[in-house]
Design a protein. Structure first.
Length: 283
């Protein structure tokens, strides 16, 4: 029988059946998912992550595969995903590698999966961005009104990225974030202008001194005002000073402008995070 390790959550994000997870991106992803209540189950050669409260959450319902999965056998992994998630309309496969150098990912692409390569950045200290925003009120979200605004801003961010998120998905993600923040595992920070939430991010910390940023997003009408960089700095200082973190982790698309903001705040590229996904078919 597979070993359900999610109840012992430090193991869930530190090891892969007694082998350390190589990918810092996925290690911290699992840290956050488990704190949110997701189930992580060890199997021989792979790990299944489930979020029963939100089955539409692709990267809350996925397989984390070993490094050898980066060398073919796409049909095998797709069949395994279907067996683990027979009701899922999506496919989501994470690869426990830190670079795609030498990897053979053509089979995944040929199987109709979109292969994503994100950059994992780390910092042990943060600095203000060159154009810090002094006008916005920076604080943690508190109360129904703040969290309602957070959900609306996330809906806008998803729509802009072409993600057809349902109301049930957005509501479930919002509830999970709020529970996590209110349970003391970190905080969800917002930048407010005239009482309106215009930029937000999460900061979650584990027991090993590693803290992970979550879902940085800014309203399209409020961009290029230094809001995201100011939030990144503020949340980083909070993690280092209040949560006892020694390493900050953030993941970004290497082709998007946001990565320059993170680098300006003191983050340095560390590795790549490789994922393969297929969205649900249009109805």
């Amino acid at each position: 029988m597979p070993k359900a390790s999610w109840l012992r959550w430090p193991l869930a994000f530190v090891t892969f059946r007694d082998v350390e997870i190589a990918s810092l991106g996925f290690r911290t992803d699992l840290m956050v998912r488990v704190l949110e209540g997701s189930e992580v189950t060890d199997h021989p050669g792979y790990r299944a992550i489930r979020t029963p409260a939100n089955p539409e959450f692709w990267w809350g319902n996925f397989l984390l595969l070993p490094a050898q999965a980066a060398h073919g056998e796409a049909v095998r992994w797709l069949s395994l995903f279907t067996a683990e998630f027979p009701a899922a309309a999506h496919v989501a496969l994470g690869l426990d590698i830190t670079s795609d150098d030498g990897a053979d990912l053509a089979g995944l692409a040929a199987a109709g999966l979109e292969v994503q390569r994100d950059t994992v950045l780390t910092a042990q200290a943060v600095r203000e961005p060159p154009h810090a925003n002094r006008a916005a009120s920076i604080r943690q979200l508190a109360g129904d009104s703040d969290w309602h605004q957070s959900a609306k801003l996330q809906e806008l961010s998803d729509a802009e990225e072409g993600i057809a998120a349902s109301q049930s998905f957005t509501s479930a993600r919002n509830r999970a974030r709020r529970r996590l923040a209110e349970a003391g595992h970190g905080g969800w920070f917002g930048a407010f202008l005239d009482g309106e939430l215009v930029s937000q991010l999460g900061m979650i910390s584990g027991p090993d001194g590693i803290a992970r940023y979550q879902d940085v997003g800014t309203h399209p009408a409020a961009r290029r005002q230094g809001l995201a960089g100011t939030l990144v700095c503020h949340a980083g200082q909070y993690a280092l000073n209040d949560l006892g973190a020694h390493t900050l982790v953030i993941v970004a698309d290497p082709d998007e402008d946001a990565i320059r903001v993170y680098r300006s705040a003191g983050f340095e590229d560390r590795e790549s995070q490789i994922r393969a996904q297929r969205p649900p078919s249009p109805t």
